[in-house]
Design a protein around this ligand. Sequence first.
Ligand SMILES: *[C@@H]1O[C@H](CO)[C@@H](O)[C@H](O)[C@H]1NC(C)=O
Length: 515
Amino acid sequence: MGTKYSPRSFPVFSSLFLILLATTSSITQAIKAVHGFSSIEEATVHDIQLAFKQNQLTSRKLVEFYLKQISRLNPVLKGVLEVNPDALYQADKADHERKLKAPGSLSPLHGIPILLKDNIATKDKLNTTAGSYALLGSVVPRDAGVVTKLRKAGAIILGKATLSEWCHFRTFESPNGWSARGGQGKSPYTMGDPCGSSSGPAISVAANMAAVSLGTETDASILCPSSYNLVVGIKPTVGLTSRAGVIPVSPRQDSVGFLRVHHLAFCPPDFVKSYSCEQNKRVSALTVPNWIKLESRDSEGSLLQFWDDTIAAQTVEQHLKTLRKQGTILVDNLEIANIDEIYSPTSGEGTVLATEFKISINAYLDELVTSPVRSLADLIDFNKKNSKLEKLEYGQDQFVKAEATNGIGNAEKAALANLAELTREGFVELMTKNKLDAIVTPGVSVSTILAIGGFPGVIVPAGYDSKGKPFGLCFGGLKGSEPKLIEIAYGFEQATKIRKPPKFIFKGSIASLQS
Ligand SMILES: *[C@@H]1O[C@H](CO)[C@@H](O)[C@H](O)[C@H]1NC(C)=O
């Protein structure tokens, strides 16, 4: 679920000052020298395809670069869980195919290395475990639906990315980005909280350990780590991307999306012609005081935090000005009428998710060809028996809560009806009555509204808060509004170009970081 944005402490820096990984740029230099291609780091998929076309780059060189980045950076950042032993083979295959096929006949993802969150099944040498030892050795019946499509397009499966274990649905007590198998993931900007649950996909892309990664979101799990790691993230309308073969939380809220350092170049005319890229959209910036008010009403303390008040208000004002200058019609002073109820612990979201999780995880485990665990009850037992390996001190309260549910009964039906009504009378009413194309918020305070309604969200880098922690600007809209959201977000991104790769200026010893 990943909605644990409790403000985690920043690392306590010692007086030792150390610049690690300065060698990163020398790898880039070497590649530059060989290929005349400006840099793999920060390159868009479009840039990479152009370099392929002009014989300045091969998929093999690209994979070698990422493997080197992973071997240098990952011991500290822990964004990658497993590297695909077949990645170089797939790269050579892509390079070979590129020579044989007519230019332009291949998919834009052909030969591009992609990392998958460890809840997306692959039927190959990689494990699919949601970060837990309980699923190590399990055999999936087939590739996930999205993986089938990636392979068909000729993409290279680079490996599996870390995550908050079980999409943060075992317990809320564990830190964001932690899993038993993957360890503690870290944002390359703060060396602290990477947010979650798609922590690894965000960390890896932010640190240029992969060109693209796939993540999943139930509530904030793509948007929040994108925000904390200064990358672009897209959570599509629920159901737009296949969830087949994805270790689930809820079929009603789960969505598979992607994370990138920059937008795929959607707007250049040679890329996707259907995008008009006009900037005359009607957008409402949900006002900041709204969210500050919400934070103070959060009755569950660390569970949800809706507004990070360290995000500089002037920076946000500046961004709104930029949007206006681009022709966006900003509609001020709008509020979602029932916002307090949507964010209340009694909205029904928790009740329904627990029930849906039990049903869908049992179905997933049942479908596995072989597996040490076959049910949620088995998982709970496994954690008890392997309490050290799985750090049971973090608890498994969400597992236990889910196990106690008994299908969609009257309480769940009432909760579902309430969520539908909250969506209809809240967000849908706001959008349709004011003829809005999108809403915009700094950070991911809006994620629950998008989650319970199955709505899409796009987030792009927007700057740093007063403590140097990155944050993004999030655009949300009604179902199927991705083209509009992408246009607005892409326009904003091109006008601001805020994303800068992390500098990896760590303070303290390397040993202390490799915890
Ligand atoms: C999958 O897990 C097994 C058992 O730990 C391990 O031996 C193997 O290397 C893993 N696969 C990959 C690709 O890392």
